[in-house]
Write a protein that binds this ligand. Structure first.
Ligand code: ING
Ligand code: ZN
Length: 306
């Protein structure tokens, strides 16, 4: 029997291995880590997350998710790396002395499992929901959030890779995330979502080229995070709004987090694996995890207000 604690990041884990690992952490570190589920996926998997906290109530919080898109495997492992560091490395406990941290490492488990099942499915991006009379499977979860939904960069064609869904929040995965974020009523100060690939640290808006009024703060915190991250192994990120740096696309989780949920700062991090596309080799798991953890510490500092 493998020890899930030592084996978890040696390769890209299956979804049930992620779940088992997080449950084993809860058992071994019950004083600081609790698992929770935000709901079920279309295929009835529990969407699991962890809360890392030193106790107390009413603390400001940092929220991180990953794996909204199935094929972006380096995203869940980077979230798991952060969980592992926070829970198993006591020298990191200062990070959550004064804040709570929520991490949901694989928001789209059905899609993630599908990409693992056989190599022909490796490039699947969407959820795995089906609908009567629809010729195609799945919705682009990052076009499915209810803020300026379907206004730009999204498709109404169920067979498109960027299909926005029949309605906003049609997917159980996105509506579960919505309900979780809203249930924390304004304690979450920063929302981060990990995608790949491309070395972009994106902030809203994705639906317009206009900038949010807090753009100076978004940029300032991103600059600090990028600077710290880059010191690890020279990885650089381009910073800016999704529309201006990448392309316009409405219905993304970060736009919704800032525009509707009222979270102060929201970012989409396009993790670096451009040498390999979506199929980063497993040798990248630890280096990307390490450098990204440096950025997470900066976001945590902002949440703490220092
Ligand atoms: N990229 C993001 C996508 O959903 C993005 C980029 C983020 C666009 C936020 C708009 C808003 O297309 C990947 N790699 O998924
Ligand atoms: Zn993505």
């Amino acid at each position: 029997i493998v020890n899930p604690k030592n084996e978890i990041l040696k390769t890209f884990p299956l979804y049930n291995e992620i779940t088992l690992y997080l449950e084993s952490l809860q058992n071994s570190h019950s004083d600081i880590l609790q698992t929770f589920t935000i709901g079920k996926s279309f295929e009835n998997r529990d969407i699991i997350g962890v809360k890392i906290s030193s106790g107390g109530s009413g603390k400001p919080a940092l929220f991180i998710d990953a794996g909204i898109h199935a094929r972006e495997w380096i995203a869940p492992t980077t979230a798991i790396y952060a969980i592992k560091q926070l829970a198993e490395n006591a020298s990191n406990s200062y990070i959550f002395d004064n804040i709570d941290i929520y991490i949901v490492p694989c928001l789209n488990p059905d899609g993630y499992e599908f990409t693992h099942r056989n190599s022909a499915n490796r490039m699947w991006r969407k959820t795995r929901s089906t609908k009567k009379f629809s010729p195609c499977v799945g919705v682009d979860a990052n076009r499915n959030f209810d803020f300026e939904w379907m206004t730009v960069g999204a498709s109404s064609n169920p067979c498109s890779e960027t299909y926005a869904g029949v309605t906003a929040f049609s997917e159980p995965e996105t509506s579960a995330l919505r309900d979780f974020l809203l249930s924390k009523n304004n304690t979450i100060k920063v929302y981060i979502t990990f995608h790949s690939y491309g070395n972009f640290l994106l902030h809203p808006w994705g639906y317009t080229e206009e900038l949010p009024t807090n753009e100076p703060t978004l940029r300032c915190v991103a600059d600090k995070a990028e600077n710290k991250l880059s010191q690890k192994r020279g990885t650089h990120y381009e910073i800016g709004s999704s529309t201006n740096v990448l392309y316009a696309a409405a219905g993304g989780s970060d736009d919704w987090a800032m525009g509707v949920a009222g979270i102060e700062l929201a970012y989409t991090m396009e993790l670096p694996s451009q040498r390999y596309g979506f199929a980063a080799p497993r040798s990248e798991i630890i280096p990307v995890g390490q450098e990204t953890f440096e950025a997470i510490k900066i976001f945590a500092k902002y949440v703490e207000g220092v």
